[in-house]
Design a protein around this ligand. Structure first.
Ligand code: GLA
Length: 406
């Protein structure tokens, strides 16, 4: 009887797509934290992670919600004779368990990177064929978040099936007994928004971000994109994100972009998208302005709103985007984004404005309900919908307002 039951259970675990292995309650709102890749690439070590963790605490960013400290590629070096994954002992002399203890004792959570192929993008050992062994090891180290990349997974007919790959890692995490956020990073190649929620908590929608406003960089075979290019690919995917599973337009370049306006706009728009907010800058050396931007509690509240509805592109005129995001309790956030290189005048006449999110069935009727506006940059009252909103927006800058039914 027991063996029958055991084989029934085993069969259940092997079926792709059965019984969602991931706990949705790990990501009821988009995950927030820090990741090493955007600023440090492969140059990471224990001292850097300690320093970053301390800076997250000292700067108040941990208390603002940025709790995950995620090591991206290059923490790992090899497998031992048993196939167990080994951290780079020169870079992480105290080992991963000690690093996890360091983070947990400071109220932070611990994330690691791996890959669904045999090797990572950086040529380190990937998890293919070692998923259960790796997840068990992660659990023993106290890992809370795993990002699984898609390099070296084969191509054409020989490409690994992404549902099989992420399903296997998802079941491996479940079998480890430790809850972990699973971040699906196959760059949007196989429409992960259609299936990612079954296995993970967030899925990349595009290739890598890079720290420019509007560029596409050719790396010879693969491309990275700036803020606008990634933003422009998100509106069509808004149906798929929500509590438990999120579109991931990639980690933040806030602090790495050349101008204050671009850093502001990038952060504001990622909060409007209900994107995971994973900081990718040098937290110890960031300027007070970047710290204040990342800690802006009005923007964080827009991102973390309990409805979990990504903003829709509401009105577009050449060079100027108006986005709108329904919030809980009949509130809204609106963002006015100047894409261009010179100042722009923007005008919204509420008497004729039609704010209707048909996809999510949310409407604001400005004839019936008057809303109070709050400027998220200053926290100051910014009038009501009784009179038109008229503003000039600087180049590459964004104005964001929350609307509260008066
Ligand atoms: C890919 C991912 C990045 C980063 C690097 C690491 O490019 O998309 O986010 O993890 O690999 O090698």
């Amino acid at each position: 009887m027991r063996t029958l039951f055991a084989s029934f259970l085993a069969a259940l675990l092997l079926l792709p797509g059965t019984a969602t292995a991931q706990k949705a309650d790990l990501a009821q709102t988009p995950p927030m934290g820090w990741n090493s890749w955007n600023h440090y690439g492969c140059s990471i070590d224990e001292a850097l992670i300690h320093q970053t963790a301390d800076a997250l605490v000292k700067s108040g960013l941990r208390d603002a919600g940025y709790v995950y400290v995620n090591l991206d590629d290059c923490w790992q070096l090899s497998r031992d004779a048993h196939g167990d994954i080994q951290a780079d002992a020169q870079k992480f002399p105290s080992g991963m368990k000690a690093l996890g203890d360091y983070l947990h004792s400071r109220g932070l959570k611990f994330g690691l990177y791996t890959d669904a192929g045999e090797k990572t993008c950086g040529g380190r050992p990937g998890s293919q064929g070692h998923e259960f062994q790796d997840a068990a090891q992660y659990a023993a180290w106290g890992i809370d978040y795993v990002k699984v990349d898609w390099c070296n997974t084969g191509s054409g007919a020989a490409e690994r099936n992404p549902r099989e790959a992420y399903g296997t890692m998802s079941r491996a995490i479940a079998a480890s007994g430790r809850p972990m956020v699973l971040s699906i990073c196959e760059w949007g190649d196989h429409q992960p928004w259609l299936w990612g929620r079954e296995y993970g908590h967030l899925w990349r929608t595009t290739g890598d971000i890079t720290n420019c406003w509007d560029c596409i960089v050719n790396h010879g075979g693969w491309f990275s994109s700036g803020v606008l290019s990634i933003l422009d690919r998100q509106d069509a995917l808004r149906a798929y994100a929500g509590p438990g599973g999120w579109n991931d337009p990639d980690m933040l370049e806030v602090g790495n972009l050349p101008t204050a306006a671009e850093n502001r706009s990038h952060f504001a728009m990622w909060t409007m998208l209900a994107a995971p907010l994973i900081v990718g800058t040098d937290v110890e050396a960031m300027t007070p302005a970047i710290r204040d931007l990342l800690a802006n509690r009005r923007l964080i509240a827009i991102d973390q709103d309990s409805l979990g509805i990504p903003a829709m592109k509401w009105i577009t005129v050449p060079g100027l985007d108006y986005w709108a995001k329904p919030l809980a309790d009949g509130r809204w956030a609106i963002a006015l984004l100047n894409r261009g290189d010179s100042p722009r005048a923007a005008r919204l006449d509420w008497a004729t404005a039609d704010l209707n999110d048909g996809l999510k069935n949310r409407q604001a009727d400005f004839k019936k309900t008057r809303f109070r506006l709050t400027d998220v940059w200053t926290g100051q009252a910014a009038g009501t919908t009784a009179t038109p909103l008229e503003r000039t927006i600087g180049p590459h800058d964004t104005l964001v307002f929350t609307l509260d039914p008066a």
